[in-house]
Design a protein around this ligand. Structure first.
Ligand code: EPU
Length: 428
């Protein structure tokens, strides 16, 4: 499989066809870790975060915090952070481009230091992804925002209490708003907030720091403080990594036990797997077993905010639907451009038609190995899943996308019986 392009990024080489069997330990959640690490900016005191996944995005977040003046120590999934004083309030363009979640520093920087200068994130591969809702909350809280040379220059003297109803449900928007209002001593009310487990993990941290937060339905009442305490916290398990292994176990005709999960966070994913014909057994609050019973049935999936079916599992379930007996429908409601895996899956023999936000997937007998390209994190995970079930050899290129969010994926898959190798960049 020789190509004329030179690959500066690593690739996965996968020999498909092995059923995955055995036990796998799920890592800490990427999307919970990022805001929690950033919350360290809110206090002078030392913080300790455990169960932090060793990922490219974690290193980017720690590099950014380090560049702001936070003392950082990362070892064995534990991070010690202390923001005694800041040396900068600027999140440079290169950092925000590498990781959009860098915008999470806006809220805590404004809360603690009254100033933040952050590069404006542009669109990204899965959609336009505006941050207007984050900025609305800052403005309501009295912040001035000037946009100059691609940067948002934000300033606030004393944060005013806010009453705001989010126009769209936004995960990082809710997190930014909560961290911002942690610096306001008066009572604020946020309505229509995101209730993803990752948001609630941050809420737990903010409470440990001394912020009063009451949540009922989608409304949060927040009362912050000018002096917040340090915290010690263990990050929740990654429900998307867990879901990815669950799909892998099922579609390869295997039998996989997941350890260290939070079963309560996996409701929508378990429901859909059962509907597709998987045997899913809850062994305890933190252990699950997923087995194939032979058949894969088609599904109708519509992504939604938690507790609905997660958009971050849509690409992986698309692969499942490619192998189902019949026609599935997948509606992507969160992001407007999250079907980039489809073109690559078609190269492997998938029968998928996309119209706007709807994908019609007709099950095929088999997928066939091919050279395919990652476009974003979850799209790359879906290509790996497809490679695991395909006949022959698959090479997944540009896996730096995957390394942003899956810890030691190939090692974990190999331990379950997959044939998968990491290939170095060409010419290295
Ligand atoms: N939106 C707006 N205005 C805003 C904020 C969001 O219009 O101010 C729109 C977005 O354009 C999008 C929708 O609202 O269409 C939802 O976006 P949200 O803000 O919830 O997404 P996010 O916070 O940028 C987080 C995760 C994503 C995950 C989404 C949805 C982190 C760091 N990222 O993104 O994770 O897909 O929530 O659950 O928490 C991933 O891990 O692969 C990933 C992309």
């Amino acid at each position: 499989m020789k190509s004329t392009r030179l690959y500066t990024s690593e690739s996965f080489f996968i020999e498909g066809g092995n059923p995955l069997r055995g036990k796998v330990q799920v890592s800490g959640s990427k999307n919970a870790s990022l805001p929690i690490l950033v919350a360290s900016l809110l206090t002078k005191e030392e913080n300790l975060v455990e169960n932090v996944p060793d990922l490219l995005d974690t290193h980017t977040a720690l590099e950014l915090l380090g560049s702001l003046g936070v003392q950082v120590e990362f070892q064995d999934h534990r991070v010690r952070l202390q923001a005694r004083e800041l040396s900068s309030y600027r999140a440079p363009d290169a950092m925000v481009r590498r990781m959009r979640a860098s915008v999470l520093v806006m809220g805590p920087l404004l809360a603690r230091f009254g100033r933040a200068v952050v590069s404006m994130p542009g669109g990204c591969s899965i959609g336009v992804r505006s941050i207007d809702q984050h900025l609305r909350v800052f403005e309501k809280g009295g912040a001035s925002i000037r946009i100059k040379h691609g940067y948002m220059d934000m300033e606030v003297k004393r944060i005013k209490p806010v009453e705001y109803t989010f126009e769209v449900i936004t995960v990082t928007g809710t997190e930014n708003a909560l961290m911002f209002l942690s610096g306001c001593e008066k009572r604020s009310i946020l309505r229509n907030i995101a209730l993803e487990p990752e948001v609630l993990d941050l809420v737990e941290v903010l409470r440990k720091m001394g912020v009063e937060i009451h949540i009922e339905d989608r409304t949060a009442v927040v009362r912050g403080s000018r002096e917040l305490r340090g915290f010690h916290h263990r990050v929740i398990p990654d429900r998307i990594e867990a879901g990815t292994f669950m799909v892998a176990g099922f579609i390869t005709g295997g039998d996989v036990e997941l350890q260290g999960v939070r079963v309560e966070h996996l409701g929508a994913v378990m429901d859909k797997l059962r509907e597709a014909g998987a045997q899913v057994d809850v062994l305890s609050l933190d252990r699950l077993r997923v087995r194939s019973k032979g058949e894969i049935w088609p599904l109708s999936i519509s992504t939604a905010e938690y507790p609905g079916f997660p958009t971050d599992m849509q690409a992986q379930f698309t692969v499942l639907c490619c192998l189902a007996r019949g026609q599935s429908e997948i509606k992507e409601n969160i992001f407007e451009n999250r079907f980039q895996h489809v073109a690559e899956l078609q190269r492997m023999g998938a029968d998928i038609h996309v119209r706007d936000r709807l994908a019609i997937v007709r099950g095929v007998e088999k997928l066939y190995g091919a050279e395919v390209y990652s476009t974003d994190l979850r799209a790359s995970a879906s290509l790996v899943l497809a490679g695991l079930v395909a006949e022959g050899t698959t090479v997944v290129r540009d896996i730096h996308h995957l390394d942003r969010g899956y810890e030691r994926l190939e090692e974990k898959l190999r331990a379950l019986g997959a044939t998968i190798e990491r290939l170095p960049p060409e010419g290295s």
